[in-house]
Design a protein around this ligand. Structure first.
Ligand code: URA
Length: 239
């Protein structure tokens, strides 16, 4: 399928010495509630207190927006609930909607290769989406839909407490960083997410890479920054 192996060229985090000075990084707030989130907020009031199983049940039974009428099933997320790396994509596609797992189609195979290049896989990292249900015809998520889903992802992040969030694609990046800046301007630096200030790195969506394989080098650079943000946080923060 044109997906070559991505070979890691830097040592994994544990093998590298940490660099001392404190990071100086612009703080980025967690996402502002989407306009329509107020409607969903009533339902989602208690989401911030749910444990994994209750959260999964809530997501799988969610009817907060119209997407529940067209989905086969909601797609909760997959991976290690204590992961260092949290990968956040956009929304399930047709294959994910059918199988109930994120990134299992062609783009998912490329994401697996990207993860391998970072010394990760879908058992060590955690993979989730901004939207838990598939938008019809894979259209972009509507702000109302994102608003209905955002507490679920926030709770997943709070439970995982990852050391790094890798936002793949424009939708994930813009929503997590509460900005409308183009993805090209969001790449290449370490942002911070939420009150905990979790390092967040932006990269291109694997579906985009399938269409534009020439951009793989940039994703490789983003991965290097992501790995550095765990290994040498102060150094990465200066980029
Ligand atoms: N694209 C995404 O952003 N997420 C998926 O789960 C599948 C494709």
């Amino acid at each position: 399928m044109g997906i070559e192996a991505w070979v890691r060229r830097v040592p994994p985090a544990a093998e590298s010495p940490a660099i001392a000075p404190e990071p100086v990084v612009e703080a980025t707030p967690g996402p502002e509630p989407e306009p329509a989130a107020a409607t969903a907020a009533a339902d989602n009031d208690a989401v911030a207190t749910l444990g994994w199983e209750a959260l999964r049940e809530r997501v799988l039974g969610c009817t907060a927006c119209a997407l529940h009428t067209s989905r086969t099933q909601a797609v909760f997320g997959v991976g290690n609930p204590e992961a260092d790396w949290l990968i956040v994509g956009e929304a399930p596609g047709a294959e994910e909607d059918r199988r109930g797992e994120p990134f299992v189609g062609r783009a998912g195979q490329l994401l697996d290769a990207i993860l391998r290049a970072a010394g990760q896989d879908r058992t060590s990292a955690y993979i989730a989406n901004i939207l838990k249900c598939r938008p019809p015809n894979n259209r972009d998520p509507e702000p109302e839909e994102i608003g209905c889903c955002q507490d679920y992802l926030a709770r997943q992040i709070a439970l995982i407490r990852p050391r790094l969030i890798l936002a793949v694609g424009r939708i994930a990046a813009q929503h997590l960083l509460a900005t409308d800046q183009p993805i090209g301007r969001l790449r290449g630096r370490v942002h911070r997410w939420g009150e905990a200030g979790i390092p967040l790195v932006v990269t291109y969506h694997p579906a985009y890479l399938l269409r534009s394989p020439g951009e793989k080098r940039k994703v490789w650079e983003d991965l290097q920054l992501a790995m550095q943000s765990i290994r040498e946080p102060a150094e990465a923060a200066r980029q």
